[in-house]
Design a protein around this ligand. Structure first.
Ligand SMILES: Cc1cc2nc3c(=O)[nH]c(=O)nc-3n(C[C@H](O)[C@H](O)[C@H](O)COP(=O)(O)OP(=O)(O)OC[C@H]3O[C@@H](n4cnc5c(N)ncnc54)[C@H](O)[C@@H]3O)c2cc1C
Length: 219
């Protein structure tokens, strides 16, 4: 991951909700910029600083390449905030699941949880070196799943961990984001376990071969 700090001279009415995203307009060789979505990891309105964490994935598309090459003083156009991800404050407990691309959103949501709330997080990363400390006032049960040499993408780690979990009683809310096929498999597993569709926020943030954009997963 590489963290980039952005500022704007005139942020205006910039009031992002937790885990919303920005759309980066990355200049290319054509007339149109290449658009890539990235989560607002943290926003400090007083100092007008936006933090964004970029996955330095092996395929190095324009988003990752921009983040790798960017230097202090460079400029970039971004659009936002946007995105419909919302913390479900009325749920009794919260289940977060995702890979590195989802970590900025999941960390932001977890950090914003009030004291006394309950969360389970299933987090897939490459190796032990990618494991990070999570800050939260919530009662947090985190399970890190290490690919240990396997490439990121479609794989059984998150689904197996989810299936092996006994979930708390009461009304849960799940936020399942990351690689599209993994998200879809977990969504279907949650539906099979009695989750209602309105209890699941699921979105594919990337998938092998896909260029930018995202996959709505609502089946
Ligand atoms: C709402 C939303 C929020 C997001 N927030 C973040 C964020 O905070 N940080 C972040 O890093 N990403 C985030 N993503 C995912 C990011 O937009 C995609 O990973 C995007 O494809 C990266 O653009 P790129 O130009 O590097 O690669 P692209 O040109 O889009 O893709 C080229 C190829 O690279 C591979 N690839 C793309 N992304 C990944 C990946 N994460 N891991 C492994 N291989 C990959 C695929 O095979 C793809 O076909 C978010 C996506 C959405 C929809």
């Amino acid at each position: 991951m590489r963290r980039v700090r952005l500022t704007a001279e005139h942020p205006g009415e910039f009031k992002p909700l937790v885990a919303q995203e920005l759309v980066f307009q990355i200049p290319g060789t054509g007339p149109e910029p290449m658009r890539r979505h990235y989560t607002i990891r943290r926003y400090d309105p007083e100092n007008r600083i936006i933090e964004v964490d970029f996955v330095m994935h092996a395929h190095t598309g324009p988003g990752a390449a921009w983040a790798r090459a960017v230097r202090p003083g460079d400029t970039i156009h971004v659009r936002g905030p946007r995105g419909r991800i919302r913390y479900a404050a009325d749920a009794d407990w919260h289940l977060y699941s995702g890979d590195e691309s989802a970590l900025p959103a999941i960390c932001a949501l977890i950090e914003a949880m009030p004291a006394g709330s309950v969360a389970i997080a299933l987090l897939e990363v490459g190796s032990e070196a990618d494991v990070m400390a999570l800050q939260s006032a919530a009662r947090l049960d985190v399970q890190w799943l290490l690919r240990a040499g396997a490439p990121p993408g479609p794989g059984p780690l998150l689904l197996d961990a989810l299936n092996a979990r006994q979930l708390p009683s009461g009304r849960g809310h799940a936020y399942v984001i990351g690689e599209t096929s993994n998200v879809r498999a977990q969504r279907h597993a949650l539906l099979a376990r009695g989750f209602g569709k309105s209890q699941i926020w699921s979105e594919g943030y990337w998938r092998p071969g896909r260029i930018g954009g995202h996959d709505h997963i609502d089946d």
